[in-house]
Design a protein around this ligand. Sequence first.
Ligand code: NZQ
Ligand code: ZN
Length: 384
Amino acid sequence: MLNFEYKNQTEILFGKGQASQITSRLPKDAKVLLAYGGGSIKKNGVYNDVMASLEGMTVVEFSGIEPNPSFETLIQALPLIKAHNIDFILAVGGGSVIDGAKFIAAAALFEGDPWDILAKGAPFDKALPLGAVLTLPATGSESNGNSVVTKRATQQKLAFGNPVVQPKFAVLDPVYTFTLPEKQISNGVVDAFVHVIEQYLTYPVNAPIQDGFAETIMRTLIDQGPKALSQPDDYDTRANVMWSATMALNGLIGQGVPQDWATHMIGHELTALYGLDHAQTLAIVLPSLMQIQAAQKHQKILQLGRQVFGLTADSDEQLVTQTIAATRQFFEKMGIKTRISEYDLPQQSVDEIMQKLQENGRDSLGEHGDISLDVSKKILEHAY
Ligand code: NZQ
Ligand code: ZN
């Protein structure tokens, strides 16, 4: 096992009605920026619950944070923060809203051009404190310090991570997910599954705790994901999906083990260029990446096949093939297509994605840093 230092500062408020606790977790006399997206929270009652909890407090609203939040939109919050002396941000929504709120929290106290946080990895050690009310289980953003922001002008989708933007608390009420369109449930389950894979499907380092937790999360998603689609108002299923997605990327299973993240890095370029949903890009890239990197990931692919998909085969070679097929089938069962060509993109899109990977310096991805641009090209050609 590798060395690690681990602390998760996010207090989880899980279950029905937990939004009523928000006020008790805010600083006294807080001036709150309520950040949200395109308005789903107004249709499903989440907005009312949150506002009821904030009654009597100063609340300034900032809405319109779009899926794959844009730098251009987010910086519009900065003058509001100044004008109203905002000292706490409450993000209500999915990963995009929470990621957007994290960027706003950092940008508000950043000296210099806030885009440098993403483009240059500019360091910072302060941000406005924030909390989250999660409405879409997927990204784990509610209890990690990561954020992904897109600059529309240059079609760049870039990430940053810093513990100072990790939410102080997160409300996880599974009831809030009942109104999710089917597509967003599919996206969330696949995203969470791939988060586990990025921290698991590398090479063994004798870490049975991390492996066992990771396998349990994946088995839960494989079992509960399809049920969340077929029985949309089953509370327990939604609760299990929600907790799986949080556990998948709250830092726990990734401690002391190698991590990959190549699928995410390549996937971000597909979203930046063509607007594909984040999870769609992962479903495209991962099965092909497993195929092309099968030798490097051999032991862990076998372990995934046996422990997660319950597969047996006459030879290791067969088991690898079956495990990759099972992964692809799971994404398809969740209703997500796994080939670039199925999204009506022409063959030349492979070259366009390659161009972006090159521009963004993604020439040594993966747990060994051996996914060069040539290897990425093979993965994309295989995925077409
Ligand atoms: O904008 P509103 O009106 O809220 O509608 C949203 C949005 O249109 C809707 N929605 C959310 N909750 C709902 C609902 N509709 C009905 N009922 C509800 N309860 O769903 C749509 C998609 O929301 P979005 O937040 O974009 O989805 P998701 O949570 O999948 O977030 C995706 C973003 O997170 C980033 C992705 O790259 C992408 O930008 N990621 C963030 C990570 C992190 N911070 O750790 C890690 C991930 O790998 C990922 O990269
Ligand atoms: Zn993801």
